[in-house]
Design a protein around this ligand. Structure first.
Ligand code: ADP
Ligand code: GN1
Ligand code: MG
Length: 351
């Protein structure tokens, strides 16, 4: 299936091999290669991205802006089809895109060291800082209300009413925890009303596998721009905290392996603020710990909602998969909240 789209891009495709690649949950990715060249081929998930042309338009606008203002920045442009298009469409199948595989690059799935956390945070910070002069409202919204926590909370409540009752009964403790911490949603509502929080160009998926690193683990650039949209900085910094602070990922079912690493917190803040300090307002900077709570809480809600809705969004490799992911995120949030005052004190050093 993946191979049959390649003639849309390349004159000669006979010697190309392809293999599934990466750890993403939404799109499908392959590495395509021969002895001289390598590419990343992706099929865009049509259920999640209703209009893939919007993604391609956003990437094109950002690419043009960066090339014009910051030509030294390595931006991974898509390869054009032979008909000079950014996306290839296969009838009855969907949209694909092809990018060059950046030579000497690799990604990680878990943050092992503070150095890597620092490099990744610096890359996401740099990307946003370079785009500070770009009018975020020019971007298309690729997923409406993607990080609108109030809406996610409402969808969660609807799923409790209308979803799979057997699953809902099982999740009593998790539902109680979410309800008991609704103040996190109220704080989000307050941010929407606060002019000190600006709408910015945000990546919205700052997990570690979306940063290319070189052989020495130095950051090269950020990738995976499907959710590049106008948004609030709490999305980007929050998803870094969500996915880097603990040595165990959202897939871990042994929760004793989940804990908050203060040295990683410091590395994220140092790397991110090193690029964004002069761009962000004081109110934004002092919300960095909240940003982590916001994203972990939202991800717990999203996994739990999907569990109640029979796994229609994320899919599941086994029946309790989304329940376990949600419980994992709740455990992570509990542990973050236990350390909240320590982290808030640490943060002061860097503001
Ligand atoms: P997904 O939506 O599936 O997360 P990504 O764009 O993040 O898709 O790609 C999946 C993985 O493929 C990345 O984590 C990375 O390992 C690899 N990858 C993607 N683009 C490139 C690239 N241009 N060069 C090298 N590796 C890449
Ligand atoms: C999805 O596709 P992937 O794995 O990069 C999701 C993110 C979640 C993440 C959780 C479009 O990202 O919002 O944080 O899973 N992307 C979309 O692993 O829903
Ligand atoms: Mg990715």
């Amino acid at each position: 299936m993946a191979r049959s789209i390649l003639p849309a891009y390349l004159e000669y495709t006979e010697d190309l091999q392809s293999e599934p690649y990466g750890s993403g949950l939404i799109n499908t990715t392959w590495r395509v290669y021969n002895k001289d060249s390598a590419y990343i081929l992706q099929k865009i998930n049509a259920g999640v991205f209703k209009d893939p042309v919007k993604i391609a338009s956003n990437v094109r606008m950002i690419s043009d802006y960066l090339r014009h203002h910051y030509p030294e920045y390595l931006f991974v442009d898509p390869i054009k089809t032979l008909e000079n298009k950014d996306l290839a469409f296969m009838e009855g199948d969907g949209f694909y895109r092809l990018t060059p595989f950046i030579k000497g690059s690799h990604t990680e799935d878990v943050v092992l060291t503070a150095e890597v956390a620092y490099e990744a945070a610096k890359q996401f910070g740099r990307f946003s800082a370079l785009l500070d002069g770009f009018d975020a409202n020019k971007l298309f919204i690729t997923i409406p209300d993607f990080h609108n926590l109030r809406l996610r909370y409402d969808q969660f409540k609807t799923s409790i009413k209308e979803g799979n009752q057997k699953r809902i009964l099982r999740a009593g403790d998790q539902i109680d925890f979410i309800a008991a911490n609704e103040t996190i949603v109220d704080q989000f509502d307050a941010i929407l009303q606060n002019p000190d929080f600006r709408i910015r160009v945000m990546h919205h998926d700052t997990k570690i596998s979306n940063v290319l690193l070189d052989e020495k683990n130095k950051g090269i650039c950020v990738i995976d721009l499907d959710t590049l949209m106008p948004g609030y900085f709490i999305s980007d910094v929050g998803d870094m905290l969500r996915t880097y602070l603990s040595p165990a990922s959202e897939e871990e079912t042994d929760f004793s392996k989940i804990y908050i690493r203060e040295e990683i917190f410091e590395a994220i803040v140092k790397g991110y603020l090193g690029e964004m300090r002069s761009v962000l307002s004081d109110a934004e900077k002092t919300s960095i710990v909240y940003a982590g709570k916001f994203m972990i809480y939202m991800q717990a809600i999203r996994f739990l909602t999907d569990y109640f809705n029979d796994d229609t969004y994320y899919g599941a490799r086994y029946p309790e998969h989304n329940f376990n992911r949600a419980a994992n995120q709740i455990d992570l949030l509990r542990k973050l909240m236990e350390k909240e005052s320590i982290l808030v004190t640490l943060l002061q050093k860097f503001i």
